[in-house]
Design a binder for this molecule. Structure first.
Ligand code: FAD
Ligand code: NAD
Length: 516
């Protein structure tokens, strides 16, 4: 491929920050290398999953030949149009949330004095994204010893992939092509136009009125952020509750917060049509048998993901897939072609950056260091936490009660409301809770949910305990600094320990007290 063949990628607005970003993750002057005779690994897609596989394999310094193919921006969704930009604007939005609560904390800030400089919020996001991007850059991966090919990868035969007119022969290949926003079949929406995660971070002006479609993590995080940054927001959700995959009580707390902050939440919604009118985009909808309409400036769709399975010629290599579920893999992340593996959003229900990272590590082990399948790692052995970065955050790890029940595991749940945790009271954050599920009659933790402004920081303690099989008894012996919200974990562990006291041990303790 010569320079002129390289598809130019533009990220809008084309300011200095986005030019810097592109110069790292899709350099316009990039020249694809001459392919090696044969690659130990060819990885298609340079999002988190692909980057971690490539860096992990090349970084071992074993002389492995690794090729990495990216058609758009290295770093994938997470860096460019996902975690990084969303969390960066959520940081600005959080300041507004703090100011809204300031009066209750004795700090009077006239609300009409809040002046969100939306273009500056977005410019800060673009600057930070560009500053982080060298980590995922073509140049860095080249220096790691990876052959980086920019262009669209496609299987050509059982052991070759084509990119930009070049043919790469592989011993093993990895599909890490991720997912994109699922398209909705609402009449008129295509014509009216809408934003997805691929375009919303290119906004430079605040949409004064925003409709968000989908009340999952994307919808809830961005609806709250835009509301706090000054937009009028209406959030449509087809389910009867926001975040319907989460613990219902946790989702209920968030739902109340979003409504209190002025978001119009429309549940059980069915969007019937979108029409462009002089005042904007009008959405006709029904909800609980009631029909209504709302007119907005922009529509943001975040209603699930579709895996990027198209144009890979998967049929030619015997890799089975489903248009909704993605590439079919077994527990070892092997596709229906034993030489081809997959990792990340393309094949997993856990659509998280850290899940893609963890899956990539499994793929490295299973493709390169498990001869004859000996010592392979399994996806099902992972203990997976996740966090929805709303305010309050909702963090979860392991199983929900209903999942355990489905598997026939009897569960006891310990719930610690933050209204009983001194630091949360001092912080004015009593509405959340910590729930720990453990096996009935044992201290083995099988799952936990935390609702708190810092739930995401706290969940790792529970995850560490689960991974290392530290039960509640052990956690009870861990000293937690006072006052911290993480003391809730110790309180739950102490509550478990108290259940162990039988009436006989209580009598014995009472007797010992009298003797002392
Ligand atoms: C708005 C938003 C916020 C999010 N926030 C979080 C968060 O806070 N925390 C979290 O853990 N997760 C978050 N996620 C999810 C996270 O971004 C994804 O789970 C993660 O990026 C998946 O990584 P991946 O490598 O599987 O796929 P991707 O990141 O999608 O990467 C796939 C790459 O493959 C490339 N590709 C596709 N087809 C081809 C081809 N034929 N040839 C060459 N290249 C190809 C694509 O261009 C892309 O770069 C968020 C997602 C969104 C949309
Ligand atoms: N903090 C994080 O880790 C984070 C943040 C954002 C996204 N993500 C990942 O990205 C993935 C995608 O997020 P998402 O929020 O798009 O997906 P999601 O599938 O979790 O939620 C989308 C919701 O939209 C609803 N919906 C679907 N069609 C609708 C319609 N026509 N009208 C109204 N509602 C409709 C669905 O009922 C669903 O609950 C998630 O699986 C998540 O793992 C993670």
């Amino acid at each position: 491929m010569t320079n002129s063949d390289l598809e130019r990628v533009t990220v809008r607005p084309t300011d200095e920050y986005n030019q810097k970003l592109v110069s790292y993750v899709h350099p316009p002057n990039w020249v694809n290398p001459q392919p090696a005779d044969v690659y130990d690994l060819v990885v298609i897609g340079a999002g988190t999953a692909g980057l971690v596989v490539a860096a992990g394999a090349a970084g071992l310094d074993l002389g492995l030949k690794v090729a990495l193919i990216e058609k758009h921006l290295m770093g994938g969704d997470c860096l460019n149009v996902g975690c990084v930009p969303s969390k960066t604007i959520i940081r600005s939005a959080r300041v507004v949330g703090e100011i809204w609560d300031a009066k209750d904390l004795g700090v009077n800030i006239p609300q009409h004095n809040i002046d969100v400089d939306f273009p500056k919020v977005m410019a800060r996001m673009r600057r930070i994204r560009a500053d982080i991007s060298p980590n995922d850059s073509a140049e860095r991966f080249q220096k790691l010893g990876v052959d980086v090919f920019l262009g669209s990868g496609r299987f050509a035969s059982k052991n070759t992939v084509e990119v930009g007119g070049k043919t790469l022969r592989f011993k093993k290949a990895v599909i890490a092509t991720g997912a994109r926003a699922a398209q909705l079949s609402i009449p008129g929406i295509e014509k009216a136009g809408y934003l997805t995660n691929e375009t919303v971070f290119s906004l430079i002006q605040r949409p004064e009125r925003l409709a968000v479609i989908g009340g999952g993590p994307i919808g809830c995080e961005l609806a709250q952020a835009f509301r706090r940054l000054g937009s009028e927001v209406v959030l449509f959700h087809s389910g009867s509750h926001l975040l319907n995959k989460e613990d219902a009580e946790a989702a209920e707390i968030l739902q109340k917060v979003l409504i209190r902050e002025g978001i119009r939440v429309v549940l059980n919604s069915k969007l019937e049509e979108v029409v462009t009118v002089t005042e904007g985009k009008r959405l006709y909808f029904s909800s609980n048998s009631h029909r209504d309409s709302v007119t907005v400036d922009e529509i943001l769709v975040g209603a699930g993901r579709s895996p990027n399975v198209e144009n890979l010629n998967l049929e030619a290599v015997g890799v089975e897939y489903d248009k909704h579920q993605g590439v079919k893999v077994n527990d070892y992340l092997q596709t229906t072609n034993p030489k081809i593996y997959a990792a990340g959003d393309i094949c997993m229900n856990w659509k998280f950056t850290h899940a893609a990272d963890a899956a990539a590590r499994i793929v490295i082990k299973n493709t390169l260091f498990s001869p004859f399948g000996i010592g392979r790692s399994k996806l099902s052995s992972l203990v997976m936490p996740w966090v929805t970065y709303t305010d309050p955050e909702i963090a979860h790890v392991g199983m929900y009660e209903h999942e355990a029940q489905k598997l026939g595991i009897e569960v006891t749940t310990i719930k610690i409301p933050f209204s009983s945790v001194d630091r949360a009271i001092a912080d004015g954050e009593e509405s959340g809770f910590l729930k720990i599920h453990h096996k009935k009659g044992s201290d083995e933790i099988i799952g936990a949910t935390i609702v708190s402004s810092h739930a995401g920081e706290m969940i790792s303690e529970v995850t560490t305990a689960m991974v290392n099989k530290l039960g509640l008894s052990k956690l009870s012996s861990v000293i937690h600094p006072y006052p911290t919200q993480a003391e809730a974990i110790k309180k739950a562990a102490d509550a478990y320990r108290r259940t162990l006291l039988t009436s006989n041990t209580k009598k014995l303790l009472g007797f010992l007290t009298k003797l002392s």
